[in-house]
Write a protein that binds this ligand. Structure first.
Ligand code: F0G
Length: 459
């Protein structure tokens, strides 16, 4: 008999979890104005709000932290990190930052000007925020298939090359670079194929443009290329990563995801002019060029994390846990963005809470119901997160309305996955009784989902 798959690690340290009662949770979520970001983590049993900075570090990473060099300038830890990034990506010019959006802020401060257009595949909300905040425009060129959650195709995060080419042909002089997000978080943690990355490169070259990878989950993307794209089954994850980055001019990184650390980010590029242009903004916003808002010890932990995560056993364990949860949802017939992506389940609220009008935010409603049911905290990736159109100020109802359940790396067991699945099934079973959602009572002009306040449309 073939041995079953099991985690490529054993557990060395644990953190107790607190369970709560339904009555407690109903009170807490009301006090949080029905915004799950407003809850204290002790009010949460299983936290699926993000996979960002929530994972467990390995013993090798903790050991590396002891080696941290906290020098203000020229820290050994920086060079450890720089050499590791160059080995994995081929990029020689590195600017550390305290997290991914800081990398965006530093680089875009140099590259993005008012009136610019930045085409890409479903820009992440902070990426969009850093573009729109500069009075520039993020043009989404994701393939249309990504909008059909029930369609099974292997690379649903791909860029539509026709849309991209059209955007370039019409606006070439306004485009500072093309951005490709690997994996495509907003479309459901969906991967981008190597073939598609090659296609983007070809179009960029034709118009003399550079390509930036938003690389938060680049290792997950490499794993899907290995397991789904012809010709890559026998290549190592590291070789696939290198081949992907060969097609880019630079990257912004949120190390809190595939860097396997709790905080950190960086910019890496092959172009000295990008480095020269951005470095002053690093010093202004983040810190000196050899630490950029990071502790020396954290740069060491990141170097080890990047090396560890680009090994097959680590990334395979991660993806297989997400796929385990997806298989449980399949048993219960709960619809989610198919096939499941790398870091999360994206449950399709519009197919579940069909009685809740879109103006009352079905995915947010589902997130609240799931929290009340079992203390599982997910996150709306839908109409609230989509913000308002910067010109018309209307709600943007054109995209998907999803409940995202992120799986932290090396943190929960498959027993926890079972709890999540059954809690969701219990809500799913009474979906037709849920007829009303929530209305906004307060919102910020940009990135509103973090701080939005809501009230039930009907008590
Ligand atoms: N790019 C992508 C694709 C992301 O998913 C994120 C963060 C960022 C950039 C920004 O990085 O958080 O380090 O500043 N995503 C988290 C999430 C917050 O929950 O998906 P950051």
């Amino acid at each position: 008999m073939e041995l079953p798959f099991a985690e490529a690690y054993k557990i060395k340290m644990v953190e107790p979890l607190r369970k709560s009662t339904r009555e407690e949770r109903e009170q807490w979520i009301k006090e949080a104005h029905y915004n799950l970001f407003g809850l204290k983590s002790d009010m949460v049993y299983i936290d699926c709000i993000t996979d960002s900075g929530t994972g467990a570090m390995s013993d090798r990473q903790w050991a590396a932290m002891m080696m941290g060099d906290e020098a203000y300038a020229g820290a050994r830890s920086f060079f450890h990190l720089k050499e590791t990034i160059t080995k994995i990506t081929g990029f020689e010019w590195i600017i550390p930052t305290h997290q991914g959006r800081a990398a965006e802020n530093v680089l875009f401060s140099y590259l993005v000007k008012e009136g610019d257009i930045v085409p890409g595949n479903s820009h992440f909300d902070t990426t969009k925020g850093h573009i729109e905040g500069r009075k520039a425009f993020a043009v989404d060129c994701t393939i249309d298939e990504a909008k059909d959650t029930q369609l099974e195709i292997p690379f649903k995060g791909n860029v539509d090359l026709n849309k991209l080419e059209k955007c370039l042909a019409e606006n070439a002089d306004k485009i500072p670079f093309i951005i490709v997000t690997i994996t495509n978080n907003t479309a459901g943690g969906q991967p981008v194929s190597m073939e598609n990355l090659r296609g983007v490169r070809a179009i960029a070259d034709k118009y003399g443009k550079r390509v930036l990878f938003d690389s938060a989950r680049f290792v997950e993307n490499a794993y899907f290329i290995k397991t789904r794209e012809a010709g890559y089954a026998d290549k190592t994850i590291k070789a696939i990563c290198r081949e992907m980055f060969n097609l880019a001019d630079g990257m912004t990184m949120s190390s809190k995801k595939d860097g396997l650390v709790n905080m950190g980010g960086f910019i890496a590029t092959r172009h000295e002019d990008w480095y020269e242009g951005a470095k002053g903004f690093c010093i202004r916003y983040e810190g000196f060029l050899t630490y950029g808002g990071m502790n020396g010890r954290d740069m060491d932990a990141l170097a080890v994390g990047l090396d560890e995560n680009t090994e097959l056993e680590t990334i395979e364990t991660r993806i297989k846990q997400v796929q385990y949860l997806a298989a449980r949802l399949d048993e219960f017939g709960i619809p989610y963005q198919r096939p499941v992506g790398g870091h999360a389940l994206f449950v399709d609220a519009s197919l579940i809470l069909t009685n809740v009008p879109k103006e009352e935010f079905p995915a947010q409603t589902l997130a609240i119901e799931l929290y009340k049911e079992a203390g599982v905290r997910g996150c709306e990736i839908g109409y609230i997160l989509a913000d308002r159109d910067p010109i018309t100020r209307e709600n943007r109802f054109g995209g998907l309305d999803l409940l995202r359940l992120c799986i932290a790396r090396r943190t929960y067991t498959n027993n926890h996955m079972d709890v999540i699945a059954v809690a969701l099934k219990n809500v799913f079973d009474r979906r037709n009784e849920i007829k009303h959602g929530y209305r906004i009572t307060w919102e910020a002009p940009l990135l509103r989902h973090f701080t939005v306040q809501l009230e039930p449309v009907q008590e």
